[in-house]
Design a protein around this ligand. Structure first.
Ligand code: SAM
Length: 245
């Protein structure tokens, strides 16, 4: 794909998911935050997806894609990381079409090709949501849905000191280490209003803003972390819709 993927000559490879693909995938397979909170919350918002054409944007190693497929969706996965896509391919075989796509570039799909776009924990890597949301809207059919989750602003804005201007579009970096391999990730913070305004500017209608609870099944598995996660926000979830014709 043409675009802005980090080149080998870059002095710092920010958001290098290739470097941590194996470790990230293993760590998030059965953990509290992904397996018992983010994925079930997204699936609950999606509801019955049987027969729906779902674009999973930022599919990583495909855990959520697999759950959507198991519920009868016809899933296409896209991600910027070749390493993540290789893991997704190993998990999903021929069940899910996988493409290497940077979400800052035009999407290689026809207008109206999907009933749902699921962008789970990926939009907060983007400085400007506008072009990406416009593309997501384009590939959705009238009445289609974008289901998205991002870092909750309360967490994002209290993560660094001094605290930034809440209303400014600011970024911070954070080193993620999995299995001894470190990658510097850059996350973009947006106010709640900036997020909802970006959705509506792209032509979406707000349907749901959700601050879900973790799956109760995790209470016994992760007693301390469950208590923390169930009493403070972590991610923010949206369902926005393309108006029907
Ligand atoms: C935190 S993981 C999300 C995993 C999955 N959506 C889930 O919720 O289980 C973020 C994924 O987004 C991908 N990503 C980050 N920036 C991207 C971009 N600009 N274009 C496409 N994918 C991107 C990363 O490679 C990574 O696989």
């Amino acid at each position: 794909m043409p675009g802005r993927l980090p080149q080998p000559a870059d002095p710092v490879r920010v958001n290098d998911y290739d470097r941590i693909a194996e470790g990230y995938s293993a760590a998030t397979e059965d953990n509290l935050v992904n397996a018992y909170y983010a994925r079930p919350a997204t699936l609950a918002l999606a509801g019955d997806v049987a027969g729906r054409r779902v674009l999973h944007a930022g599919c990583a190693s495909g855990a959520l894609s697999a759950a959507l497929r198991d519920r009868g969706a016809v899933v296409t996965g896209i991600d910027a990381s070749a390493g993540m896509l290789a893991l997704a391919g190993r998990r999903l075989g021929d069940d899910v079409a996988l493409h290497r796509v940077d979400l800052r570039d035009p999407l290689p799909f026809d207008d109206g090709a999907f009933d749902d776009v699921i962008a789970s924990l990926v939009l907060h890597y983007l400085e400007d949501w506008g072009p990406t949301l416009a593309e997501m809207r384009r590939v959705l059919t009238p009445g289609g849905r974008l289901i998205a989750s991002v870092d909750h602003p309360i967490v994002a804005y209290t993560f660094t000191e001094p605290r930034p201007d809440y209303f400014a579009n600011t970024s911070y970096t954070f080193d993620w280490t999995f299995e001894g391999r470190t990658s510097t990730m850059r996350f973009w913070r947006k106010s709640l209003h900036a997020m909802t305004a970006a959705f509506t500017a792209a032509g979406f209608r707000l349907s749901v803003i959700s601050e879900p609870q973790p799956d109760p099944a995790a209470r016994e598995l992760f007693p301390d972390d469950f208590q923390a996660l169930s009493t403070s926000p972590c991610f923010l979830f949206f369902v926005v819709e393309v108006p029907p014709l």
